[in-house]
Design a protein around this ligand. Structure first.
Ligand code: COA
Length: 317
Protein backbone atom coordinates (compact mmCIF):
# COMPACT_ATOMS: atom_id res chain seq x y z
CA UNK A 1 0.00 0.00 0.00
CA UNK A 2 1.36 3.40 -0.93
CA UNK A 3 -0.59 6.33 -2.40
CA UNK A 4 -2.04 7.99 -5.46
CA UNK A 5 -2.08 11.71 -6.23
CA UNK A 6 -5.69 12.94 -6.29
CA UNK A 7 -5.24 16.72 -6.40
CA UNK A 8 -2.64 19.35 -7.29
CA UNK A 9 -2.28 23.10 -6.79
CA UNK A 10 0.26 25.87 -7.11
CA UNK A 11 0.73 29.55 -6.33
CA UNK A 12 3.54 31.90 -7.20
CA UNK A 13 4.02 35.40 -5.76
CA UNK A 14 2.44 38.32 -7.62
CA UNK A 15 5.74 40.03 -8.45
CA UNK A 16 7.37 38.73 -11.65
CA UNK A 17 11.05 39.62 -12.05
CA UNK A 18 12.32 39.39 -15.63
CA UNK A 19 15.99 39.15 -16.58
CA UNK A 20 15.77 42.69 -17.96
CA UNK A 21 14.52 44.10 -14.66
CA UNK A 22 17.03 42.04 -12.66
CA UNK A 23 19.78 43.50 -14.87
CA UNK A 24 18.95 46.94 -13.45
CA UNK A 25 19.70 45.66 -9.92
CA UNK A 26 22.61 43.26 -10.50
CA UNK A 27 25.59 43.35 -12.92
CA UNK A 28 24.16 40.82 -15.38
CA UNK A 29 22.22 40.61 -18.65
CA UNK A 30 19.33 38.76 -20.23
CA UNK A 31 21.78 37.31 -22.74
CA UNK A 32 24.06 35.83 -20.02
CA UNK A 33 21.23 34.42 -17.90
CA UNK A 34 19.35 32.95 -20.88
CA UNK A 35 22.35 31.35 -22.52
CA UNK A 36 23.87 29.95 -19.28
CA UNK A 37 20.69 28.87 -17.49
CA UNK A 38 17.59 29.05 -19.74
CA UNK A 39 15.87 31.29 -17.17
CA UNK A 40 13.87 34.30 -18.43
CA UNK A 41 11.66 35.09 -15.44
CA UNK A 42 11.12 34.28 -11.77
CA UNK A 43 8.58 35.32 -9.10
CA UNK A 44 9.69 36.97 -5.86
CA UNK A 45 7.78 37.33 -2.57
CA UNK A 46 7.18 40.94 -1.65
CA UNK A 47 4.28 41.63 0.70
CA UNK A 48 2.89 38.08 0.74
CA UNK A 49 4.15 35.49 3.22
CA UNK A 50 5.25 31.99 2.33
CA UNK A 51 2.41 30.68 4.53
CA UNK A 52 -0.09 32.62 2.41
CA UNK A 53 1.10 31.35 -0.96
CA UNK A 54 1.53 27.84 0.50
CA UNK A 55 -2.01 28.04 1.87
CA UNK A 56 -3.40 29.07 -1.53
CA UNK A 57 -1.56 26.21 -3.28
CA UNK A 58 -2.88 23.83 -0.61
CA UNK A 59 -6.49 25.05 -0.95
CA UNK A 60 -6.27 24.66 -4.73
CA UNK A 61 -5.01 21.08 -4.34
CA UNK A 62 -7.84 20.30 -1.88
CA UNK A 63 -10.41 21.74 -4.26
CA UNK A 64 -8.89 19.78 -7.15
CA UNK A 65 -9.11 16.61 -5.05
CA UNK A 66 -12.71 17.40 -4.11
CA UNK A 67 -12.06 17.22 -0.37
CA UNK A 68 -12.04 19.65 2.56
CA UNK A 69 -9.30 20.60 5.01
CA UNK A 70 -11.01 18.60 7.77
CA UNK A 71 -10.51 15.43 5.68
CA UNK A 72 -6.69 15.72 5.78
CA UNK A 73 -4.93 13.42 8.28
CA UNK A 74 -1.40 14.82 7.93
CA UNK A 75 0.33 17.87 6.46
CA UNK A 76 3.98 17.63 5.40
CA UNK A 77 5.69 20.79 4.20
CA UNK A 78 8.91 20.71 2.26
CA UNK A 79 10.83 23.93 2.80
CA UNK A 80 14.32 25.07 3.73
CA UNK A 81 12.69 27.65 6.01
CA UNK A 82 9.17 28.92 6.53
CA UNK A 83 8.16 32.38 7.70
CA UNK A 84 9.28 31.44 11.22
CA UNK A 85 11.81 29.03 12.69
CA UNK A 86 8.88 28.04 14.86
CA UNK A 87 5.96 27.60 14.21
CA UNK A 88 6.80 25.35 11.30
CA UNK A 89 5.50 26.28 7.86
CA UNK A 90 3.29 23.18 8.02
CA UNK A 91 1.61 24.53 11.18
CA UNK A 92 1.11 27.93 9.55
CA UNK A 93 -0.43 26.34 6.46
CA UNK A 94 -2.63 24.15 8.67
CA UNK A 95 -3.93 27.42 10.20
CA UNK A 96 -4.33 29.09 6.76
CA UNK A 97 -6.51 26.27 5.41
CA UNK A 98 -8.38 25.50 8.66
CA UNK A 99 -7.16 21.92 9.11
CA UNK A 100 -6.72 20.24 12.50
CA UNK A 101 -4.36 17.34 11.75
CA UNK A 102 -0.67 16.90 12.72
CA UNK A 103 1.72 18.96 10.61
CA UNK A 104 5.49 19.16 10.29
CA UNK A 105 8.24 20.40 7.98
CA UNK A 106 10.95 18.45 6.21
CA UNK A 107 14.12 20.14 4.97
CA UNK A 108 15.99 18.25 2.27
CA UNK A 109 16.54 21.41 0.19
CA UNK A 110 15.55 21.00 -3.48
CA UNK A 111 14.98 17.24 -2.96
CA UNK A 112 12.43 17.86 -0.20
CA UNK A 113 9.32 17.00 -2.21
CA UNK A 114 10.61 13.48 -2.93
CA UNK A 115 11.63 13.06 0.74
CA UNK A 116 8.08 14.12 1.68
CA UNK A 117 6.57 11.54 -0.71
CA UNK A 118 8.69 8.83 0.92
CA UNK A 119 7.58 9.86 4.42
CA UNK A 120 3.94 9.94 3.28
CA UNK A 121 4.33 6.44 1.82
CA UNK A 122 5.38 5.15 5.28
CA UNK A 123 2.28 6.64 6.88
CA UNK A 124 0.07 4.99 4.25
CA UNK A 125 1.91 1.68 4.75
CA UNK A 126 1.19 1.87 8.51
CA UNK A 127 -2.46 2.49 7.70
CA UNK A 128 -2.69 5.51 10.00
CA UNK A 129 -3.73 8.04 7.33
CA UNK A 130 -6.27 8.22 4.52
CA UNK A 131 -5.40 11.62 3.06
CA UNK A 132 -2.08 13.48 3.19
CA UNK A 133 -1.37 17.02 2.01
CA UNK A 134 2.17 17.80 0.87
CA UNK A 135 3.06 21.44 0.28
CA UNK A 136 6.50 22.36 -1.07
CA UNK A 137 6.92 26.10 -0.54
CA UNK A 138 10.17 27.98 -0.86
CA UNK A 139 11.32 31.59 -0.61
CA UNK A 140 14.93 31.27 -1.70
CA UNK A 141 14.94 35.01 -2.56
CA UNK A 142 15.24 35.60 1.21
CA UNK A 143 18.61 33.82 1.28
CA UNK A 144 20.05 34.52 -2.18
CA UNK A 145 22.89 37.04 -2.08
CA UNK A 146 21.91 39.86 -4.46
CA UNK A 147 25.56 40.93 -4.49
CA UNK A 148 26.59 37.56 -5.95
CA UNK A 149 25.46 37.59 -9.58
CA UNK A 150 26.42 33.95 -10.14
CA UNK A 151 23.72 32.71 -7.73
CA UNK A 152 20.99 35.32 -7.22
CA UNK A 153 19.84 35.26 -10.85
CA UNK A 154 18.96 31.55 -10.59
CA UNK A 155 16.25 31.51 -7.94
CA UNK A 156 12.54 32.25 -7.65
CA UNK A 157 9.85 31.70 -5.02
CA UNK A 158 6.84 29.38 -5.39
CA UNK A 159 4.54 26.87 -3.72
CA UNK A 160 3.25 23.59 -5.13
CA UNK A 161 0.91 21.14 -3.40
CA UNK A 162 -0.46 17.64 -3.87
CA UNK A 163 -3.14 15.67 -2.06
CA UNK A 164 -2.44 11.96 -1.65
CA UNK A 165 -4.92 9.23 -0.94
CA UNK A 166 -4.19 5.54 -0.39
CA UNK A 167 -3.33 3.57 -3.52
CA UNK A 168 -0.60 1.59 -5.20
CA UNK A 169 0.87 4.19 -7.51
CA UNK A 170 4.36 4.59 -6.03
CA UNK A 171 6.35 2.01 -7.98
CA UNK A 172 9.84 2.81 -6.64
CA UNK A 173 11.65 5.49 -4.69
CA UNK A 174 15.21 6.26 -3.70
CA UNK A 175 16.74 8.91 -1.43
CA UNK A 176 20.38 9.83 -0.83
CA UNK A 177 22.26 12.25 1.41
CA UNK A 178 25.96 13.04 1.48
CA UNK A 179 26.78 15.70 4.08
CA UNK A 180 28.83 18.41 2.39
CA UNK A 181 29.18 22.04 3.45
CA UNK A 182 31.60 23.05 0.70
CA UNK A 183 29.39 23.22 -2.39
CA UNK A 184 26.10 24.75 -1.28
CA UNK A 185 25.29 26.41 2.04
CA UNK A 186 23.07 29.01 3.64
CA UNK A 187 24.27 30.06 7.08
CA UNK A 188 21.87 29.73 10.04
CA UNK A 189 20.86 32.41 12.53
CA UNK A 190 23.69 33.08 15.02
CA UNK A 191 21.77 35.05 17.65
CA UNK A 192 23.07 37.93 19.74
CA UNK A 193 24.86 36.28 22.64
CA UNK A 194 27.37 39.04 23.51
CA UNK A 195 30.48 36.80 23.80
CA UNK A 196 29.99 34.96 20.46
CA UNK A 197 32.08 36.16 17.53
CA UNK A 198 29.83 36.45 14.47
CA UNK A 199 32.06 38.76 12.43
CA UNK A 200 32.68 36.17 9.67
CA UNK A 201 29.12 34.92 9.52
CA UNK A 202 27.51 34.79 6.06
CA UNK A 203 23.72 34.48 6.30
CA UNK A 204 23.31 34.25 2.50
CA UNK A 205 23.69 31.48 -0.01
CA UNK A 206 27.14 30.30 -1.00
CA UNK A 207 27.38 27.96 -3.99
CA UNK A 208 30.20 26.42 -5.96
CA UNK A 209 28.18 26.39 -9.20
CA UNK A 210 30.47 24.19 -11.24
CA UNK A 211 30.69 21.45 -8.59
CA UNK A 212 26.92 21.47 -8.10
CA UNK A 213 26.49 21.36 -11.88
CA UNK A 214 28.57 18.15 -12.18
CA UNK A 215 26.91 16.60 -9.13
CA UNK A 216 23.45 17.33 -10.57
CA UNK A 217 24.02 15.67 -13.94
CA UNK A 218 25.66 12.60 -12.37
CA UNK A 219 22.96 12.15 -9.76
CA UNK A 220 20.02 12.53 -12.17
CA UNK A 221 21.47 9.86 -14.49
CA UNK A 222 22.32 7.46 -11.63
CA UNK A 223 19.05 7.88 -9.72
CA UNK A 224 16.71 7.77 -12.74
CA UNK A 225 18.38 4.59 -14.01
CA UNK A 226 18.13 2.97 -10.56
CA UNK A 227 14.46 3.76 -9.87
CA UNK A 228 13.46 2.68 -13.38
CA UNK A 229 15.25 -0.64 -12.85
CA UNK A 230 13.61 -1.07 -9.44
CA UNK A 231 10.19 -0.40 -10.95
CA UNK A 232 10.91 -2.72 -13.88
CA UNK A 233 10.15 -0.13 -16.54
CA UNK A 234 11.84 0.60 -19.87
CA UNK A 235 12.51 3.96 -21.51
CA UNK A 236 9.52 3.56 -23.84
CA UNK A 237 7.14 3.02 -20.86
CA UNK A 238 7.84 6.52 -19.50
CA UNK A 239 5.33 9.28 -20.26
CA UNK A 240 7.13 12.21 -18.60
CA UNK A 241 10.27 12.90 -16.56
CA UNK A 242 10.08 15.70 -14.01
CA UNK A 243 13.53 16.70 -12.83
CA UNK A 244 14.29 19.46 -10.36
CA UNK A 245 14.50 22.68 -12.38
CA UNK A 246 17.89 24.31 -11.77
CA UNK A 247 19.46 25.02 -15.16
CA UNK A 248 18.36 24.08 -18.70
CA UNK A 249 21.95 23.01 -19.49
CA UNK A 250 21.82 20.44 -16.65
CA UNK A 251 18.59 19.08 -18.16
CA UNK A 252 20.05 18.93 -21.67
CA UNK A 253 23.15 17.08 -20.44
CA UNK A 254 21.04 14.57 -18.49
CA UNK A 255 18.79 14.03 -21.52
CA UNK A 256 21.67 13.14 -23.79
CA UNK A 257 23.27 10.78 -21.25
CA UNK A 258 20.04 8.95 -20.37
CA UNK A 259 19.07 8.25 -23.99
CA UNK A 260 15.39 8.79 -23.18
CA UNK A 261 13.32 10.70 -25.75
CA UNK A 262 14.10 14.35 -24.97
CA UNK A 263 10.44 15.39 -25.41
CA UNK A 264 9.57 13.43 -22.27
CA UNK A 265 11.57 15.82 -20.05
CA UNK A 266 9.40 18.66 -18.77
CA UNK A 267 10.95 22.12 -18.49
CA UNK A 268 9.48 25.16 -16.74
CA UNK A 269 12.81 26.78 -15.81
CA UNK A 270 12.33 29.68 -18.27
CA UNK A 271 9.21 30.94 -16.46
CA UNK A 272 10.01 30.26 -12.79
CA UNK A 273 13.77 29.86 -12.33
CA UNK A 274 14.94 27.46 -9.62
CA UNK A 275 12.15 27.25 -7.03
CA UNK A 276 13.89 24.53 -4.99
CA UNK A 277 11.56 21.75 -3.82
CA UNK A 278 8.49 23.51 -5.25
CA UNK A 279 9.58 22.83 -8.83
CA UNK A 280 8.29 19.23 -9.11
CA UNK A 281 4.79 19.82 -7.63
CA UNK A 282 4.45 22.98 -9.74
CA UNK A 283 5.16 20.84 -12.84
CA UNK A 284 2.60 18.25 -11.67
CA UNK A 285 -0.03 20.97 -11.37
CA UNK A 286 0.68 22.37 -14.83
CA UNK A 287 0.63 18.94 -16.50
CA UNK A 288 -2.59 17.97 -14.76
CA UNK A 289 -4.40 21.18 -15.61
CA UNK A 290 -3.17 21.13 -19.21
CA UNK A 291 -4.72 17.65 -19.53
CA UNK A 292 -1.33 16.07 -20.26
CA UNK A 293 -1.63 13.21 -17.76
CA UNK A 294 -3.98 10.26 -18.20
CA UNK A 295 -4.67 7.37 -15.88
CA UNK A 296 -1.88 4.81 -15.99
CA UNK A 297 0.85 7.19 -17.26
CA UNK A 298 4.30 6.40 -15.87
CA UNK A 299 6.06 9.45 -14.39
CA UNK A 300 9.71 9.57 -13.32
CA UNK A 301 10.84 12.16 -10.75
CA UNK A 302 14.41 13.19 -9.96
CA UNK A 303 15.78 15.95 -7.73
CA UNK A 304 19.08 17.07 -6.21
CA UNK A 305 20.08 19.88 -3.91
CA UNK A 306 21.76 21.19 -0.79
CA UNK A 307 22.84 18.64 1.77
CA UNK A 308 23.86 17.30 -0.63
CA UNK A 309 20.67 15.34 -1.15
CA UNK A 310 19.13 13.52 -4.10
CA UNK A 311 15.96 11.57 -4.70
CA UNK A 312 14.08 9.88 -7.50
CA UNK A 313 10.85 7.97 -7.86
CA UNK A 314 8.59 6.25 -10.38
CA UNK A 315 4.86 6.89 -10.05
CA UNK A 316 1.84 5.66 -11.95
CA UNK A 317 -0.76 8.39 -12.54
N1 COA B 1 25.84 37.63 -15.31
C1 COA B 1 26.94 37.87 -16.03
N2 COA B 1 28.10 37.24 -15.85
C2 COA B 1 28.14 36.31 -14.89
C3 COA B 1 27.03 36.00 -14.09
C4 COA B 1 25.85 36.72 -14.32
N3 COA B 1 24.71 36.50 -13.63
N4 COA B 1 27.37 35.05 -13.23
C5 COA B 1 28.65 34.73 -13.46
N5 COA B 1 29.11 35.50 -14.47
C6 COA B 1 30.43 35.50 -15.06
C7 COA B 1 31.51 35.09 -14.10
O1 COA B 1 31.95 36.21 -13.37
C8 COA B 1 32.56 34.54 -15.03
O2 COA B 1 33.25 35.62 -15.60
P1 COA B 1 34.83 35.51 -15.90
O3 COA B 1 34.97 34.40 -16.91
O4 COA B 1 35.16 36.87 -16.41
O5 COA B 1 35.45 35.17 -14.58
C9 COA B 1 31.75 33.91 -16.15
O6 COA B 1 30.44 34.49 -16.08
C10 COA B 1 31.62 32.41 -16.05
O7 COA B 1 31.24 32.08 -14.73
P2 COA B 1 31.02 30.60 -14.28
O8 COA B 1 30.67 30.58 -12.82
O9 COA B 1 32.17 29.79 -14.77
O10 COA B 1 29.73 30.21 -15.15
P3 COA B 1 29.07 28.81 -15.40
O11 COA B 1 28.99 28.56 -16.84
O12 COA B 1 29.65 27.75 -14.50
O13 COA B 1 27.59 29.07 -14.90
C11 COA B 1 26.09 28.62 -13.09
C12 COA B 1 27.32 29.38 -13.53
C13 COA B 1 25.83 28.95 -11.61
C14 COA B 1 24.90 29.09 -13.91
C15 COA B 1 26.30 27.10 -13.30
O14 COA B 1 27.53 26.71 -12.74
C16 COA B 1 25.22 26.27 -12.68
O15 COA B 1 24.07 26.33 -13.08
N6 COA B 1 25.55 25.44 -11.68
C17 COA B 1 24.58 24.61 -11.00
C18 COA B 1 23.83 25.45 -10.04
C19 COA B 1 22.64 24.75 -9.48
O16 COA B 1 22.07 23.90 -10.10
N7 COA B 1 22.27 25.12 -8.26
C20 COA B 1 21.09 24.67 -7.62
C21 COA B 1 21.29 23.39 -6.95
S1 COA B 1 19.77 22.88 -6.30
Amino acid sequence: MSFQIIGTGKKVPEFALSNEQLSTMVDTSDEWITSRTGIKNRYILQDETLSEIGGIAANRALEDAGIEAKDIDLIICSTIQGDYITPSLACMIQKEIGATCPAFDVNAACTGFIYALDIAASYFARGTVKKVLIVAAEAISRYADYQDRATCVLFGDAAGAVVLSSGDNLLSIKLTADGNNEFLTIGGHKGNFPLRDISNHNPYMYMNGQEVYKFAIGSICRDVTEVMEQAGIQNEDVKVILTHQANSRILEAAKSKLEIDGDKFVSIIDRYGNTSSASIPVMFDELKHDGKLVKGDIIVLSAFGGGLTTGAAVLRW
